[in-house]
Design a protein around this ligand. Structure first.
Ligand code: ADP
Ligand code: MG
Length: 750
């Protein structure tokens, strides 16, 4: 038995079979527990010795080396030029590439090709077309032309566009993204050639998450080159932003998943009392990985390897049932595509092992949520990582400029950074003292903070040395010590040679955060380059003085964003307020940052998003927010009414009849429990009615911002109230009547 449905007995509420709870054969919860404890692997063991995992890397990717083998030399060269320098693509080249791609894909068993794109919902979308066309003689031939490769028209008119696509201009196109390799997606019954694309409207406006990533990388490169030129580095090698996202997720047994309409439809539990044992022992963190989970991880990694995704680390996370997977960093645009593939692959493979992978930011209240730390830096083939401070950062002026640019950018655009991680689900995580607070600040560490403090005072002359770590046992080697400790409470932390944006949600596309980081830093580099160019007038001997002055100014104006202390503490909240830093606690507070003048100017100045594109995004995200809360509201009402209330009244009835029966034969019955249950049942009913009224009222708002505020400040609290009474009832109602798998069961049975 793999799934459990809500098999209720007769509608008159009488118990017909089973153990008296009104469900034939026990509650869905009991059936789920039985199925989980009888789990036997259905996936056949992999023969990993026959094809070692390392040999699989990139085997399903139409990679540079495959192209080199299969394309005529001049064609390959032209294509590489487009990929590496962003030069415009020649359409005759596309015909050759399409033909080679089709042959390769058909050899790999493909019958269809799909233009894959990334709509504003943050998901992955694909439209499949067959290679086969009738040849007019009753047979079919495989066809795939350059124009089919370059452009598709997936319609996709149901994706949110925030008003950009009206019905009279409803066409939407996918455009081949040459920078991201095509790949084969396998299915037991066939394979599909997947072509990463950008999705744009008839008017050329971006309808997706991919297009602005590419545009922002271009902007960053342009401004970074100006700084490098000031330092005499004029080879022009493209500066790209790099990203390494660490994906956290939960695994629950599928039987539990299907017995919980909230998990199934909202990705999180809307009910559930805290378990007697939670994560207080931290006994899950980095613990031994359970066998079934490890089998799932090994297979996921093999699948990801085939797709050329360099996954590297895996471990248990803090919460029970929580895990993490992290790839090696790649160019930001590739990392964005690969991130989506990682989420898809985890979900797919989990199913094979009888589990569901939950990427929601907060599947379980009171238990740590999931984030997606986005490690971000920039570099070029000739200059390497531009965020590497070296041993003595005070002497590394070039690094200091790039770092100062980030400091200025984050301070100036705090609101934007908060907005790009805002979602209904991430709101449950940010600021909950397990994830960074909603206040954006930068952790720099002792060494860099010291250098920048010196700069602020007029110039830096020393760096705190790294030293070694003496462990105190002679058999253990001395370890090189990092120049600064880590700080897990910071939303934006310098971690040695990159910044780590930790407020990003686990379910999110990383495109938005990357677009924001690339563009705000491009803006700051532009600012720095302009100041430095003016001050030096081409005379490099004036550079040092100009740098000192500029950086000291930046530190004075923007240094208040630096905070190395405990981001969870109340003192920080007060201190941040004194410093004038924003504390945008909810999505409804944060998203309107997207319509600030300076944000609009930022994106249009660097050609990343036009005003209309930006507006459309804000509208779409507000709408998504409202829809998510609305679905949760509907689910809360339905589950409370049809699952929890009935269980509670059955128990109430049992208590009441016991009481009556005992009294009839002259015994006293302590009615305390009956009183509590009766009053909780009443509160549950009342709270459901209040929630319904709040939701109805919220729906009367026409303005998207007011709509979101109503859901945030009126509907969500009403929803929490329903939950409160339901969870209290869970602590009273007889265990055999309770219909929903409990936290204890979902988190600890595996
Ligand atoms: P931790 O959990 O300690 O933060 P992980 O090893 O889980 O670290 O993840 C670190 C991530 O940072 C990896 O994805 C890694 O590839 C990435 N990373 C390392 N260097 C860079 C860089 N220059 N640019 C972007 N990401 C980087
Ligand atoms: Mg980590």
């Amino acid at each position: 038995m793999s799934t459990v449905s809500k098999g209720k007995a007769g509608s008159n509420g009488t118990t017909t079979t089973g153990n008296g709870n009104g469900y034939a054969g026990g509650t869905p919860r009991m059936a789920a527990i039985a199925a989980v404890t009888n789990y036997k692997p259905s996936a056949p063991a992999m023969n990993f010795l026959e094809t070692p995992t390392q040999e699989l890397f990139g085997s399903n990717v139409f990679s540079k080396s495959v192209m080199k083998d299969r394309l005529p030399k001049p064609i390959f060269k032209t294509l590489m030029k487009t990929i590496e320098t962003g030069e415009k693509l020649d359409t005759t080249v596309a015909d050759y590439v399409a033909s080679a791609m089709k042959d390769w894909a058909i050899e790999k068993g493909a019958t269809h090709y799909a233009h894959v794109f990334y709509p504003l919902t943050g998901s992955t979308a694909e439209k499949h077309d067959s290679f086969l066309s009738p040849d007019g003689t009753g047979s079919a031939i495989a066809e795939f032309s350059g124009s089919q490769l370059i452009q598709g028209e997936p319609d996709g008119s149901s994706f949110p566009t925030g008003g950009i696509r009206q019905t009279f201009e409803a066409r939407g196109y996918t455009a081949w993204d040459v920078t991201s390799n095509a790949y084969i997606m396998e299915n037991p019954n066939g394979t599909t050639l997947c072509i990463p694309t950008a999705f744009v409207s008839w008017t050329g406006e971006a309808l997706d998450k991919k297009t602005p990533v590419l545009r922002s990388m271009q902007a960053l490169n342009k401004q970074a080159q100006r700084i490098l030129t000031l330092f005499g580095k004029t080879d022009g090698a493209m500066v790209s932003s790099t990203a390494g996202p660490e994906q956290e997720y939960f695994l629950v047994d599928r039987n539990f998943f299907f017995a919980r309409p909230d998990l199934l439809n909202a990705g999180r539990t809307l009910f559930g009392a805290a378990p007697p044992k939670g994560q207080e022992f931290d006994d899950h963190y980095f613990g031994a990985i359970p066998d079934r989970v490890l089998a799932f991880m090994l297979e996921s990694e093999r699948e990801l390897f085939k797709l050329g995704i360099p996954v590297k680390t895996r471990h248990n996370e803090v919460a029970p049932g929580q895990y993490e997977i992290a790839p090696m960093y790649e160019f930001a645009n590739i990392a964005t595509d690969h991130q989506q593939l990682i989420m898809i692959t985890l979900r797919k493979v989990a199913e094979k092992y009888g589990m569901t992978c939950l990427t929601h930011e907060k599947p379980f209240a009171g238990v740590n949520g999931s984030g997606k730390h986005v490690n971000w830096s920039m570099g070029s083939a000739t200059q390497g990582n531009l965020m590497d401070p070296g041993e003595t950062p005070h002497e590394n002026a070039q690094f200091l400029v790039f770092c100062a640019a980030v400091i200025r950018a984050v301070h100036k655009f705090q609101g934007l950074l908060r907005a790009v991680v805002a979602s209904a689900s991430n709101d449950h995580r940010l600021g909950a003292n397990e994830a960074p607070p909603a206040i954006i600040s930068i952790f720099l560490g002792d060494q860099l903070t010291d250098v920048f403090e010196q700069i602020k005072g007029g110039g830096a002359s020393s760096s705190i040395p790294r030293g070694t770590l003496e462990i105190g046992a002679d058999v253990l080697p001395p370890l090189p010590k990092d120049a600064g400790d880590r700080n897990r409470t910071s939303p934006f932390a310098f971690t040695g040679n990159r910044f780590e944006f930790r407020a990003v949600g686990s379910n999110q596309s990383i495109a938005g955060p990357l677009v924001a980081m690339n563009t705000i830093v491009a803006d700051s580099l532009d600012y720095c380059a302009t100041k430095l160019e003016e001050a030096t007038g081409g005379d490099s001997s004036k550079l040092n003085a100009a740098l000192t002055k500029l950086m000291s100014e930046i530190m004075n104006e923007h240094g208040s964003i630096i905070f190395n202390g405990d981001g969870y503490s109340d003192e920080w909240h007060q201190e941040a307020e004194k410093r004038g830093l924003l504390n945008l606690k909810t999505t409804a507070d944060a998203l309107p940052s997207l319509e600030q003048d300076e944000v609009k100017e930022l994106f249009s100045k660097y050609n990343v998003l036009s005003e209309r594109e930006l507006e459309s995004r804000m509208e779409t995200y507000l709408e998504q927010y409202c829809l998510s809360v609305k679905v949760e509201t509907n689910l809360t009402i339905e589950m409370a009414r049809t699952m929890i209330f009935p269980a509670a009244v059955r128990y109430q009835n049992e208590l009441a009849s016991t009481c009556a029966n005992l009294q009839a034969i002259g015994y006293e019955f302590d009615k305390d429990t009956l009183d509590v249950v009766t009053s909780l049942v009443k509160s549950l009913q009342d709270s459901i009615a209040t929630l319904e009224a709040a939701a109805e009222k919220a729906e009367t708002n026409d303005c998207p911002k007011a709509h979101a505020k109503a859901y945030c400040f009126e509907v969500l609290p009403a929803m929490n109230d329903v939950r409160k009474y339901a969870d209290m009832l869970e602590g009273y109602v007889a265990d055999d009547l309770w219909p929903l798998p409990t936290y204890q069961e979902m988190l600890f049975i595996r």
